[in-house]
Write a protein that binds this ligand. Structure first.
Ligand code: F6R
Length: 355
């Protein structure tokens, strides 16, 4: 069985597979959708990005790239409250696919009160209305998809807004996206890497994802996709930090318990000998405890390609896992329920279009 959903497939499955396959195209369209602008992002001045869940991860991914080769630090914020040091001239970019997420709207109001330079990325909602009222740069991405399945649009648009401080991402993204497209058949084939990793993970256990520091946001994305698509908890942590704490718990774990766990370790070529030694040490230690360990190394070269390839691979791993578990990857009723209970975007339909 390949990417085609079977006749007894859950109703949302084929849509989620289609959204996943559009990731490279979304990246290019997102970048292209940014109008010429004079946003206040300036080399040397830090920038805050605000967003939750499937929207917030765009800022976190770009923050890791900025740390390695950008002209400014990016600080991802996932809360109503901006840190105290975020004051003029620090600009803030708000990312909310629905445009109605309570935390993101709260931080927007705060930024407005502080007189911060602002930009907005959303498919619609209150955030776009506010940006229009305030005459703030806004990029409107296509509506009608779950936020987490729209990461390509959001990432591309954010890269375009931040092009002054991430010039290499702006320049390389179309080429990298084209390179990714070549992997689509493999990722969506049963016998490909994503399918194999989903099999190794297995249907009924949590996913553990460890990653070297630059790839930590990718590990978080694997975790959140495991949770929202496959409906199974995920856990993530960073190498080398976890060698200073988590290994103690692994070491003390009864073998029978460790044997029931699957750990994916994400790392990239060219990370330096010290990091490679630590990844190998970790893999050997966990393996000796009986855990099932897979080292996952991207084929792409360059920080941007490595990161996006692993993001996309993780998306497919979660979809394969959902299929194997026979759960529908599309709806996220617990998030819909939370938004109704606490305020924020209410779901339009149980199909999870806004979830
Ligand atoms: C659902 C998803 C969620 C949302 C989050 C914030 O597909 O990914 O994690 O991203 O609830 O909502 P938005 O993205 O609309 O601001």
């Amino acid at each position: 069985m390949g990417s085609e959903a079977g006749s007894d497939a859950p109703p949302g499955e084929s849509r989620m597979w289609e959204f996943a396959s559009s990731f490279p195209r979304q990246l290019k369209e997102g970048l292209r959708s940014v109008p010429r602008h004079n946003f206040a992002a300036r080399p040397g001045v830090p920038i805050a990005t605000v967003g939750m869940g499937g929207s917030g991860i765009a800022g976190e991914l770009l923050s890791s790239l900025a740390a390695r080769g950008g002209e400014s630090a990016l600080l991802p914020v996932r809360d109503f409250v901006l840190p105290a040091w975020v004051r003029p001239p620090v600009p803030v970019v708000f990312v909310s696919y629905s445009g109605n997420t309570a935390e993101t709207l709260g931080a927007y109001e705060q930024a407005r009160a502080r007189g911060l330079p602002r930009a907005v990325i959303a498919s619609g909602g209150r955030l776009i209305e506010l940006a229009k009222e305030d005459g703030v740069l806004h990029v409107q991405v296509p509506p009608g998809q779950p936020p987490r399945a729209s990461l390509g649009y959001l990432f591309g648009a954010l890269a375009g807004i931040l092009r002054e401080v991430l010039p290499e991402v702006d320049r390389d993204l179309p080429r990298v996206a084209d390179g990714l497209s070549a992997r689509s058949e493999e990722f969506s084939s049963d016998s490909g890497l994503a399918g194999k990793l989903a099999t190794a993970w297995g249907g009924d256990r949590d996913l553990w994802v460890y990653a070297t520091d630059p790839l930590l946001p990718v590990a978080r994305r694997w975790k959140t996709q495991a949770e929202e698509n496959a409906k199974r908890l995920g856990h993530f942590d960073a190498v080398p930090e976890l060698l200073h704490n988590a290994v103690v718990a692994w070491d003390a774990m009864p073998k029978a318990e460790a044997q029931g766990r699957f750990v994916a370790i994400l790392h990239a070529a060219g990370e330096g000998e010290a990091t490679v030694r630590r990844v190998d040490y970790l893999a050997r230690s966990l393996g000796a405890q009986g855990a099932k360990v897979e080292l996952v190394v991207p084929r792409s070269r360059g920080a941007l390609g490595e990161m996006l390839e692993l993001v996309w691979l993780g998306d497919y791993v979660s979809l394969w896992a959902a299929r194997r578990r026979r759960v529908d990857p599309l709806p996220v009723p617990a998030i819909d329920k939370m938004k109704v209970a606490l305020g924020g975007s209410a779901p339009r339909a149980s199909g999870g279009r806004k979830g």
